[in-house]
Design a protein around this ligand. Structure first.
Ligand code: IPD
Ligand code: CA
Ligand code: CA
Length: 254
């Protein structure tokens, strides 16, 4: 599925005739987002016809209300569409497989313009493949103090009451970068960064990230500390920094 996605997205990246529309939530969507999700859905229907599918562009039944006991696939055909439409190569196709008890059991993040693909399956570790090479195992960092950590985020939008704490954190940590989207979290999984955070996200933004970060030895929760990708926001860390980071964000720690 990731190979099929890459060939569609790479072909349309920076195409002069890229069709860009605005969705009701005022965010952009391109013909590449739609074609990619359609292709992935076709492959799932062919090979796993009994599984459910949740995708950003073509329908997202609420998984919590599903009691059919089925596995479900969670697809973000292009994460980073705003980068995609402006020619910034930080975008990826995210695919997660979630068990009937709502735990992510496998995931892939494929970023062909960065020539990187990350993947993980429950109990098997997390891996990165560069330029199509053999996958190499990745692990989170061992940094244990906020003062020594690199914090990745997207931007200062959506922080609400936590915005001041987020600004304070930027002075507290060793270094910050607004790299954003999936890449922030994959850098945590690789041990290149230590914390990645976004205050407002959907399940499809996070399902694949959750298992890759966890299988790399890290932790994934929402900003209230609830584990998993179902909580409307996303925090990845190397595990050691997780509670200090969340406590600081909540003003419980200086
Ligand atoms: C967006 C990215 C971004 C987040 C936005 C999402 P999209 O996804 O995940 O990091 O800040 O809230 O909508 O629209 O590019 O798939
Ligand atoms: Ca997304
Ligand atoms: Ca998307």
């Amino acid at each position: 599925m990731a190979d099929a996605a890459d060939s569609i997205t790479l072909d349309r990246f920076q195409a002069n005739d890229l069709v860009i529309e605005t969705k009701p939530d005022t965010t952009p969507v391109t013909d590449a987002d739609k074609a990619t999700e359609k292709k992935i859905r076709e492959i799932i229907t062919q090979y796993r016809p009994d599984d459910l599918v949740i995708g950003e562009e073509f329908g997202a039944p609420d998984p919590a209300s599903d009691s059919s006991g089925k596995y479900y696939w969670v697809i973000d055909p292009i994460d980073g569409t705003k980068n995609f439409v402006r020619g910034i190569p930080v975008w990826a196709t995210l695919i997660g497989l979630v068990s009937p008890d709502h735990k992510v059991v496998a995931g892939v993040v494929s970023s062909p313009a960065l020539a990187r693909r990350w993947s993980a399956a429950e109990g098997n570790g997390a891996f990165v493949s560069t330029n199509g090479s053999a996958a190499e195992r990745i692990r989170v960092s061992a940094v244990s103090k906020l003062e020594d950590s690199q914090l990745m985020y997207s931007d200062l939008i959506g922080w609400g009451l936590r915005k001041d704490a987020m600004l304070k954190l930027q002075e507290k940590v060793w270094r910050t970068r607004g790299i954003g989207d999936f890449w922030s979290h994959m850098l945590v999984a690789e041990g290149a960064a230590d914390i990645a955070v976004e205050p407002v996200l959907a399940l499809w933004d996070m399902a694949a990230l959750d298992i890759i970060v966890r299988e790399a030895g890290g932790k994934f929760s929402n900003i209230d500390g609830v584990d998993g990708p179902h909580g409307g926001s996303g925090v990845s860390s190397n595990g050691k920094l997780h509670s200090d980071f969340l406590n600081f964000l909540d003003g419980k720690q200086e």
